[in-house]
Design a protein around this ligand. Structure first.
Ligand SMILES: Nc1ncnc2c1ncn2[C@@H]1O[C@H](COP(=O)(O)OP(=O)(O)O)[C@@H](O)[C@H]1O
Ligand SMILES: [Mg+2]
Length: 224
């Protein structure tokens, strides 16, 4: 079913201003980090100037990048940067980077346990928030709660796009079923899903996974 998607290139859109896209969810393990890195490498591969910001203080992305660079015997300035930040300062840092207008897209991978103040401020500087979720009962409940928590941010930032990205979807599940399950959430469901596949686990922080391109394109469609 996905075979026809594999070959499509990631579209290049010219954004006049830096776009900020944040992966947020109350729950750990929903796929924020996996999708943040796949999106970052896919967009960078397509020629976007990407900055990936990691607020999870485990800093797994930064460690993976260091390891990859070490294995390749390469310097860090060759690839898009990954910045370490924290909940309480990420919004201010993003504002500063936005003002410099040197980056096309800032992707924020936030921690599962984000403070209310941290989430609120991050939503205020974001153009798009992506909540990743599987269709399990437990994930759906957390997603429902996350949307409820984030909805007030839309009053202060009316242009904010609050979106759901279905993740770890089994191959026999149809898009119609996915939409049906998620339709009662007060958020836009991105018109695609990330299948549960081994190719999406342990992503490279450098090399793009070509089979993520169609998902990146659907995300771009909402962001523009
Ligand atoms: N689409 C997917 N297919 C297969 N495994 C996935 C997928 N998305 C996430 N995973 C796996 O699920 C686990 C949690 O994902 P992760 O991105 O770290 O979640 P989070 O950042 O929200 O805590 C990881 O082991 C990851 O490899
Ligand atoms: Mg994570």
């Amino acid at each position: 079913m996905f075979d026809s998607w594999f070959t499509e290139p990631v579209k290049k859109i010219n954004f006049k201003m830096t776009k900020v896209l944040s992966f947020i969810s109350r729950k750990g393990g929903s796929g924020k980090t996996t999708n943040a890195i796949h999106l970052a490498t896919s967009l960078s591969d397509a020629g976007y100037k990407v900055l990936l910001v990691e607020t999870d203080t485990n800093y797994t992305l930064i460690s993976s990048r260091k390891l990859e660079l070490f294995k390749r015997k390469e310097k860090e300035d060759k690839y898009f940067p990954i910045l370490a930040s924290e909940d309480h300062r990420v919004a201010a840092e993003i504002e500063e980077i936005k003002a410099s207008n040197t980056v096309d897209i800032i992707i924020v991978d936030s921690a599962g346990k984000t403070t209310d103040a941290g989430i609120r401020e991050l939503c205020l500087v974001s153009d798009m928030v992506i909540i990743t979720t599987s269709l399990t009962q437990n994930d759906l409940l957390v997603t429902y709660q996350t949307v409820k928590d984030l909805l007030p941010a839309k009053e202060l930032n009316p242009d904010l796009k609050l979106c759901i990205l279905p993740n770890r979807i089994h191959s026999h599940t149809r898009m119609k079923t996915v939409k049906e399950v998620l339709k009662n959430l007060e958020a836009e469901v991105i018109d695609t899903y990330v299948p549960q596949k081994k190719i999406y686990t342990s992503p490279s922080t450098i090399e793009a996974e070509k089979r993520y391109a169609s998902i990146a394109n659907q995300i771009l469609k909402v962001l523009k």
